[in-house]
Design a binder for this molecule. Structure first.
Ligand code: NAD
Length: 488
C-alpha cells in the first residue's frame, strides 16, 4: 500500500470511529430522555400535579425563585446581554412576577369546572366543561428575555397542572445555567426538568412524544418544531417573530410618539420580539418625528451611548455581523443618527435610517437590533396597504389622536397584538392574551390564555338513568324518524 493510500485508510478509520462515537452519544442522549420522560409521566399519572395545593406551591416556589435571586439573575443578564439592571428587573423579574401572582390569584376560578346549560334536546342532563391538564409539556425558549420567556410558560404549564421539560437558549449561557440550577433547587424535580443545550439537544427532545410543545423563537425554527411535533400529533403554541410596524399619523402627539417609539425600540438594544421594527410616518411630520427621536436618544443615552449604563449589547458576534450588514449596501437608506459599532464590545449605537428601499434587507427580515428605518408614507391609508402587503406581524403600533383613524387601522390590519399611542407595553396586562397570528405565531398565553394553552377543555355530559326513551334505538320506524326530525 502506498503512503497516500495508507493515510486515506487511516482517515477513513478515524471518520468511522467519530461517526460511531457520535451515534453512541446520540443513543445515550435518547435513552436519557426516554428515562426522563418516563419519570415525568409517572409523576403526572400519580395525580399529584392535579391538586390545586401542589400547583399553588409550585407558583409560590417560582415567585421565591425570582424574589430571592434578583442579584444572580441580573448578573447573568448583564453577562449575556449587557442588560442594564432596571431593564433586567422590569422585563425578566417584575413582569414574570406579575404573571405568576395573577395565576396564583385566579387559579381556583380557572380550574373550576364550568357548568353550562344543557339544551332542551339534551334534557334531562347536566353539562360542564372540565379544564384537564395535558400531561408532560416541552417549553423551548429564546435568548432575548431568557428568564421571562422560560418562566412565564413554565408558570402557565404548572398552574394548569402539567409536568414540564424546559429548554433555555444556549445563546444566553449564563442565564441558562442559572435557570437549570434554580429550577432544580426550588421546584418539584419529579415534575419539572431543565435540559440545557442547543440544536442537537432540542432536536433529540423533539423526537420524544410530548403532550404539548410551547416554543418561543424565530419563524424558521418554529417550522422545524411544528414539523417534529406533527409526527406525534402533538399540539403546539408558537410564539414567533416578524417585522412589527409602527404607524405615526400626522395628528399624533409627536413628542410622546418620539419618546415611546425610542424607548420601545432601543430597550434591550432592540432585541425584543415586539420592538417597533420600522416606522411609517405621514410625509408632513416624518422629518420632525425623526428630529425629535434623535433628541430623545440624546436624553436617554447621552452623547456617547457606548458609555451609557442604560444601554445594552448585542447577544453575540454573529448577530452583531448580521446587524452591521444591514447598515450598508444598495437601498439601505441614509443613516441620520448612530451607525457606530464595535465588534469587540458587541456594541451598535442606536441607529435611525431614513428612506431605505422596501426591497433592502433591512426592510425584508426582522431586524432584532438597534436599527430603526423610518419611511415616509403619503397617508395612513397607504401605511395600512404597506402593512397588508407583508406577512402578518406580531405587533402593530399606531400613534394618532383621532378615534376614527385608530378604529380604521385596527379593523383594516391583522397582527398578533396592537397598541395605540405606545409600544411594547401591551405585553403587561395579564388579562390580555399574548401571541402572534399567521407567520408571527399560533396560540397565545399570559393569564387565563396561558392556563388554557396548557389545558384541555373537556366537555362532560351526565345523563340520569331514567327516562330512557326507546325512540332513539333500533329498530327504526317511520314514527321514530318523525320524532327525531322534530327534535333535531
Ligand atoms: P431561535 O429560533 O434561533 O431559537 C429559539 C430556541 O430554539 C432556542 O432554545 C434554540 O436552542 C432552539 N433551536 C434553534 N435552532 C433549532 C433547530 N434547528 N431545531 C430545534 N431547536 C432549535 O430564536 P432566537 O434567536 O433564540 O430568538 C429570536 C427570535 O425569537 C426572533 O425571531 C424573535 O422575534 C423571536 N421571539 C419571539 C417572542 C414572542 O413572544 N413571540 C419572544 C422572543 C423572541
Amino acid at each position: 500500500m502506498t503512503d497516500t493510500a495508507q493515510a486515506d485508510t487511516a482517515q477513513a478509520d478515524t471518520a468511522q470511529a467519530d461517526t460511531a462515537q457520535a451515534d453512541t452519544a446520540q443513543a445515550d442522549t435518547a435513552q436519557a430522555y426516554d428515562q426522563l420522560l418516563d419519570g415525568l409521566r409517572k409523576t403526572f399519572r400519580s395525580g399529584r400535579t392535579r391538586s390545586l395545593d401542589w400547583r399553588r406551591d409550585q407558583l409560590d416556589a417560582l415567585l421565591a425563585l425570582l424574589d430571592e435571586n434578583e442579584k444572580p439573575i441580573m448578573d447573568a443578564l448583564a453577562e449575556d446581554l449587557g442588560r442594564p439592571p432596571t431593564e433586567a428587573y422590569g422585563a425578566d423579574i417584575g413582569q414574570p412576577k406579575l404573571e405568576i401572582r395573577h395565576a396564583r390569584k385566579n387559579l381556583e376560578r380557572w380550574a373550576r369546572p364550568r357548568r353550562v346549560l344543557a339544551p332542551l334536546t339534551s334534557q334531562p342532563g347536566r353539562a360542564k366543561i372540565v379544564a384537564e391538564p395535558l400531561g408532560v409539556a416541552l417549553v423551548i425558549s429564546p435568548w432575548n428575555y431568557p428568564i421571562q420567556l422560560l418562566v412565564n410558560p413554565l408558570a402557565a404549564a404548572l398552574a394548569a397542572g402539567n409536568c414540564v421539560v424546559a429548554k433555555p437558549s444556549e445563546l444566553a449561557p449564563a442565564c441558562s445555567a442559572l435557570l437549570a440550577g434554580l429550577v432544580t433547587s426550588y421546584l418539584d424535580t419529579d415534575a419539572v426538568a431543565v435540559i440545557e443545550g442547543g440544536v442537537p439537544e432540542t432536536s433529540a427532545l423533539l423526537e420524544q412524544r410530548f403532550d404539548h410543545v410551547f416554543f418561543t423563537g424565530s419563524t424558521r425554527v418554529g417550522q422545524v418544531v411544528m414539523e417534529a411535533a406533527a409526527k406525534h400529533l402533538t399540539p403546539v403554541t408558537l410564539e414567533l417573530g416578524g417585522k412589527s410596524p409602527t404607524i405615526v399619523a400626522a395628528d399624533a402627539d409627536l413628542a410622546v410618539a418620539a419618546r415611546r417609539i425610542t424607548w420601545g425600540k432601543y430597550l434591550n438594544a432592540g432585541q425584543t420580539c415586539i420592538a417597533p421594527d420600522y416606522v411609517l410616518a405621514e410625509a408632513s411630520i416624518r422629518d420632525e418625528l425623526v428630529e425629535r427621536m434623535v433628541d430623545v436618544l440624546g436624553e436617554f443615552y447621552g452623547p456617547d451611548p457606548r458609555s451609557s449604563a442604560s444601554y445594552g449589547r448585542i447577544v453575540n458576534q454573529s448577530h452583531f455581523d448580521r446587524l452591521v450588514g444591514l447598515l450598508g449596501g444598495d437601498g439601505a437608506g441614509e443613516i441620520v443618527c448612530g451607525g457606530e459599532h464595535d465588534r469587540e464590545q458587541r456594541f451598535i449605537a442606536p441607529t435611525i435610517v431614513i428612506d431605505p428601499s422596501p426591497s433592502a434587507p433591512v426592510m425584508q427580515d426582522e431586524i432584532f437590533g438597534p436599527v430603526l428605518p423610518v419611511l415616509r408614507v403619503e397617508d395612513v391609508g397607504r401605511a395600512v396597504e404597506f402593512v397588508n402587503d407583508r406577512p402578518k406581524p406580531l405587533a402593530l403600533y399606531l400613534f394618532s389622536s383621532s378615534a376614527d383613524t385608530v378604529e380604521d387601522v385596527i379593523e383594516q390590519t391583522s397582527s398578533g397584538g396592537a397598541c395605540v399611542n405606545h409600544c411594547v407595553v401591551h405585553v403587561l396586562p395579564s388579562n390580555l392574551p399574548f401571541g402572534g397570528v399567521g407567520p408571527s405565531g399560533m396560540g397565545a398565553y399570559h393569564g387565563k390564555a396561558g392556563f388554557d394553552a396548557f389545558s384541555h377543555r373537556k366537555p362532560v355530559l351526565t345523563k340520569p338513568i331514567w327516562p330512557d326513551p326507546k325512540v332513539m334505538y333500533p329498530p327504526y320506524t317511520e314514527l321514530k324518524d318523525k320524532v327525531l326530525r322534530k327534535a333535531l
